[in-house]
Write a new protein. Structure first.
Lengths: 340, 514
């Protein structure tokens, strides 16, 4: 019981510690940390646009975090979020350009999202299949698939799918674009925050329910915690491995949908920008809990955009460091807790 | 000769406010085999760890050969000639037997080559004198558990230990290996060495020791010369009350055949034959015992009956449950037809330690309709069922809803498994493997009574056990498994008659399984 309370205290403690460390770094850069922090707050949470940016970034991070967290329930490390996102982004963009412009918006968005999910899930399932059929370590296969997907996307892009003399595809049809909050409600003006955020929240609560309240979720947790016993209880562990990888890949695909259908409206190289890898940190900070991921994604979204917003004063890399240090702190504190 | 080689007085060890050992005084005679018995948690390991310098006493004294000692590390204990084989072995699997034995005692200078050849010879010599058959050049990762234990013993002998402490050495051994170990201990004793043997099995203490001490709840209750005590005396001292060592065996009421196995054969994925034409049937209300030394096909038989055999293996023959074939079905389907399986290693195969009590009570039965509701579990129904089981089986716990199974005591974890499997709705057949392995003597009585009760409800039971005692006292009929085939089957009359002259009967069974 006591350990449970400490466990909940770990993430905030880690954040505070790493903010202290970053304060030192800011001082080393010759700036006043309080001034920088104040600037950071006014430019992010203090402004509509800044808040919208955080929401937008957090949305991608929620999906990327779920892409890691769900396989992690089966003790699988999905390092391939980046590649799965790339695949999702590419196929969403492709589907969006191929659709006839007069398609009904609901149908168009559904179809493009589906193609992102399918692409992301297929890449992840490939790793899952290698694992259950040949015992290939999923860490290695997902990393390798990152490279493969990246190479394929690059090849296709430089082939004949890009707009001549650019590094991006043609724009998707307007009906396939996920509406932004700004255009519909007039909130978070000009920011890329879009309706994907609602999908993200639904995914968090839906997956929480699936994992902790349903029979398949129960089997999944059993298979992850104690595969040997699960086999004796008639639970098909391999099936759950495939399912968890599939869901993880689908989530990465949704992260891509947020970027392509909700914001850029085309695929360009470098679009995913390491968000897939950031998902590992997001999931870790939330102890892979589907609902806690919302908080952890918000924090990382804040640090990411906050860093950008004060880039004029201190290098934004400092806040990249804060993110990394937070994760290290969590690992250290968790180990420390288990030791005592 | 009867000088004490190791003596302990007023020794105590406190963990927080808990006395794991309290005011223990004990004399170990030179050249004796001294057994220390006690239930799980009695404090046996704590005592030995203090003797070996792994724990420092809260109070009290230890003296070795009349000299007062105070060890702060095992190294000092070894220097005094005291060596210990732990409950869990401490070997490096990637190194050979010789390398492991030399580790930490290389006897060569820095940067000088290791004298492996010579050492291997020395080891071979020691091993031969004491019936510790082992290949010094084998990799430890290729050894069986029994062989690993021999390496641990050799390690001590190589370091010239003359007081050997063995903590529950037989817990991991087959009966045959146990016999071998005891032969080794006797041979060591002849050479003048002193052995302290920790165990919770009374038969073993009685068969091999010269003197025996009993521990209960951290205290040393008694020390007696072994010839002057009986098993029942020791059991009473250990548990603190009279213990029924033999369960009542009322006449069985036998019904229809429930399980019919005919010509069951199994080849594993390498093509090695594991089961060879097994045929037997089990009727409602009878217990069919499978006797045999471990590794003669027991686990393969259970795996194929329970539908969890390796998919690459080839299974022939037929397995019928109440007239329906269950061959090739998966465990969930077989379970749904009214079959329960209590595997030998309950903690590894029958529970999820990180799940709560309730989650474990439905483990493997979670697909039953009464626990389900659209979309998820029927929480109130599961709560009610959990409450019933907890009160009926007296499962001691602190927090019904949040407590993890791992934090229950071993005995209570066993009860969770037993309750869950025996209460399976429409249970017809119970597959039961080593039901009392690692169980305290006080709890064995209860488990045996429950097995008989289950039988009397008209359930067919397959009992696989390495303990002949247990088989003889529980079974209606006994099949002897040897190298994958049933070598002999004792009929109900034979078993009933055998119970009246048990010693001879066990010998007869013994002949059919070796
Ligand atoms: N390091 C420890 N910290 C706290 N309690 C312990 C520790 N080691 C053992 N105990 C407790 O002391 C008691 C005796 O344990 P042990 O000596 O291992 O018993 P045995 O070997 O007879 O089964 C048990 O109740 C156990 O939980
Ligand atoms: Mg012990």
């Amino acid at each position: 019981m006591r350990a449970g309370i400490f466990k909940i205290a770990i993430p905030p403690l880690a954040v505070v510690l790493s903010l202290c460390i970053s304060a030192l770094l800011i001082m080393a850069a010759g700036k006043n940390p309080l001034f920088i922090y104040q600037k950071m707050f006014t430019m992010t949470l203090g402004s509509e646009y800044g808040t919208g940016q955080i929401v937008f970034r957090a949305t991608s991070l929620v999906f990327a975090g779920l892409a890691v967290a769900i396989p992690f329930k089966l003790k699988l490390f999905n390092i391939g979020g980046e590649g799965q996102m790339l695949a999702g982004a590419f196929s969403a963009a492709l589907a969006g350009t191929l659709l006839p412009p007069q398609t009904h918006p609901v149908l168009a968005v559904f179809f493009c999202t589906l193609s992102a999910i399918t692409a992301g899930a297929s890449v992840a399932l490939l790793s899952g299949w290698l694992k259950v059929s040949f015992g290939v370590n999923e860490v290695i296969s997902t990393i390798m698939l990152n490279f493969i997907v990246q190479a394929c996307a690059g090849f296709l892009l430089t082939g004949n799918l890009s707009v001549p003399s650019t590094a991006h595809t043609y724009e998707i049809v307007p009906s396939a674009q996920i509406p932004q909050f700004d255009t519909v409600f007039g909130i978070w003006q000009k920011s890329p925050a879009n309706f994907s955020t609602l999908f993200a929240l639904a995914a968090c609560f839906g997956l929480w329910f699936l994992v902790f309240k349903t029979i398949p979720g129960y089997e999944m947790r059993a298979a992850g915690l104690h595969p040997e016993a699960a086999r004796y209880a008639g639970i098909d562990t391999n099936f759950h491995i495939l399912k968890a990888m599939g869901i993880g890949g689908a989530m990465a695909g949704l992260a891509a949908a947020n970027l392509v259908l909700g914001y850029k409206h085309y695929y360009e190289s470098g679009l995913t920008d390491g968000i897939g890898f950031m998902g590992i940190a997001v999931a870790l900070l939330a102890f892979a809990h589907p609902v806690w991921i919302i908080g952890s994604a918000m924090l990382f979204g804040f640090l990411q955009y906050g860093g950008l917003s004060v880039n004029a004063y201190v290098p934004k890399d400092i806040f990249l460091m804060v993110q990394a240090v937070t994760i290290l702190m969590i690992l250290i504190l968790t180990k420390f807790l288990h030791r005592n | 000769m009867n000088r004490s080689v190791l003596s302990v007085s007023g020794l105590s060890k406190k963990f927080g406010t808990f006395w794991a050992n309290r005011n223990i005084s004990l004399e170990i005679e030179n050249g004796s085999i001294h057994a220390i018995v006690g239930e799980n948690g009695a404090g046996k390991s704590t005592l030995t760890r203090m003797l070996y310098g792994l724990l420092s006493p809260t109070s009290g004294f230890i003296s070795a050969r009349g000299k007062s000692v105070r060890f702060s590390s095992p190294r000092q204990a070894i220097a005094e000639g005291i060596g210990m084989v732990h409950q869990h072995f401490m070997l490096v699997p990637e190194l050979t037997v010789t390398e492991n034995i030399m580790l930490g005692d290389e006897r060569s200078h820095l940067f000088a080559p290791l004298k492996k050849r010579g050492t291997a010879e020395t080891i071979r010599k020691i091993a031969d004198t004491h019936a510790l058959s082992i290949d010094p050049d084998a990799l430890v990762s290729d050894l069986s558990v029994g062989e690993e234990q021999r390496v641990e013993i050799l390690k001590l002998l190589y370091r010239n230990a003359d007081i050997l402490i063995l903590d529950e050495p037989t817990a991991v051994l087959t009966p045959l290996e146990t016999e071998k170990l005891f032969a080794t201990l006797k041979s060591l004793q002849k050479e003048g060495k002193t052995v302290i043997l920790i165990t919770h099995k009374l038969d073993e203490a009685i068969s091999v020791s010269d003197r025996v001490s009993v521990m209960r709840r951290g205290e040393l209750i008694a020390t007696e010369p072994t010839p002057s005590v009986t098993k029942a005396d020791l059991a009473r001292l250990m548990v603190g009350r009279d213990v029924l060592l033999r369960v009542e065996h009322p006449e069985e009421n036998i019904g229809r055949p429930v399980l019919e196995v005919s010509n069951l054969s199994m080849n594993d994925w390498k093509g090695v034959q594991r089961l060879n034409g097994l045929s037997f049937e089990i009727r409602a209300g009878e217990i069919y015992g499978i006797a045999g030394v471990e590794g003669n096909g027991q686990s393969e038989l259970l795996a194929s009956l329970w539908g969890i055999a390796d998919r690459r293996s080839v299974i022939d023959g037929s397995v019928m449950l109440d007239g329906t074939s269950i061959k090739g079905l998966h465990a969930d389907k077989i379970a749904a037809m009214g079959v329960s399986h209590i595997p030998e290693d309950r903690l590894k195969h029958a529970v999820v330690p990180d799940f709560t009590i309730a989650e474990n009570l439905i483990f493997g039965r979670h697909r039953e309709k009464k626990f389900a509701r659209t979309g998820g579990f029927n929480i109130p129904a599961i709560r009610e069922y959990t409450d019933t089981v907890i009160s009926e089986y007296m499962i001691r716990h602190d927090d019904r809803d949040n407590q993890k199974l791992a934090s229950l005591s071993g005995g209570n974890q066993q009860k969770v498994v037993l309750a869950r499997e025996i209460r399976r709705p429409d249970l017809k057949l119970l597959l039961l493997a080593q039901p009392t392995r690692g169980v305290d003597i006080g709890a064995i009585e209860m488990i045996h009574r429950q097995i008989i009760e289950t039988r009397d409800k008209g359930i067919a039971i397959l009992l696989v056990s390495a303990e002949l005692d247990e088989l003889v006292s529980l079974s209606t009929r006994i099949g002897c498994l040897y190298k994958g085939s049933l070598r002999r089957e004792f009929t109900a009359e034979e078993v009933r008659y055998g119970r009246s002259s048990e010693k001879d009967f066990k010998k007869e069974i013994g002949l059919s399984i070796t």
